[in-house]
Design a protein around this ligand. Structure first.
Ligand code: MD3
Ligand code: FE
Length: 218
């Protein structure tokens, strides 16, 4: 249990931080949406398209469990990673993107002065203790001028913000329950990752961290 992280949550709610040219963090922006988000995840999205650990092209099982909602979903398998219209697990379309998800993503984009952001894909990541996401770039989206909006829920994480080359120096940013990040064009292709999650308990998500990333994939 890491009490230092609990004490951070919500303390800086409303605080706005800018990194680089176009990486915006709005602390606690998602807090008023949390009940609605958790309801949609539990009652609608997870029953229809369950979280699953996907396989990378090199054959490793990801430590993060994933699912999607919206018109398209990001998937990885032995054959590569790509956006899919159909969930490869259920062979059905992904669950609809709940209206409250779209409202939050648009509110965040507007705060970072991106107008008319219309996400068509939301990747849902679930981290258990020990789960991590290695440094990577997000470059499978067709329109790199659209921002990506990410929402952190549950136990805290250390985010790694890198440069444009894998070997560039990284900085660490703590992300807490309710924090929202918006990534814009000039920083869209930065390397980034999540350090292994430390075991903790959060009243909303219990033993895990959830992250939603809203994208315009089409
Ligand atoms: C920077 N997720 O799903 S969110 C991912 O916390 C991913 O689950 C992390 O990286 C997570 O691809 C980090 C912050 C984030 C999301 C998308 C980005 C940062 C980004 C896209 C481009 C650059
Ligand atoms: Fe990413």
């Amino acid at each position: 249990m890491t009490l230092d992280m609990f004490e951070q949550e919500g303390v800086n709610a409303g605080q706005y931080e800018l990194y680089g040219q176009d990486i915006h963090i709005i602390r606690g922006l998602a807090l008023p949406y949390v009940d609605g988000i958790m309801h949609a995840l539990t009652k609608q999205i997870k029953p229809q398209s369950p979280l699953r650990q996907m396989t990378t092209p090199s054959g490793y099982s990801m430590s993060v469990a994933m699912t999607n909602c919206g018109q398209r979903g990001w998937v990885t398998s032995r054959s590569g990673y790509y956006y899919a219209d159909v969930d490869p697990l259920t062979h059905q379309h992904w669950p609809d993107m709940p209206a409250i998800f779209i409202s939050l993503a648009q509110a965040a984009a507007n705060k970072a002065s991106f107008v008319n952001f219309k996400p068509d894909s939301c990747l849902i990541n679930e981290y258990q203790a020990g789960s991590k996401m290695s440094l990577h770039q997000d470059k499978d989206e067709v329109d790199l001028s659209a921002p990506i909006v990410s929402v952190s829920l549950g136990i805290s994480a250390t985010f790694l913000l890198g440069g444009f080359k894998r070997q560039d120096k990284t900085m660490r940013i703590a992300l807490h329950h309710g924090d929202v990040m918006v990534w814009g064009r000039s920083d869209r292709l930065r390397f980034h990752g999540i350090l292994p999650i430390k075991a903790a308990f959060h009243a909303v998500t219990e033993d895990c961290r959830m992250n939603l990333t809203f994208r315009k994939a089409l």
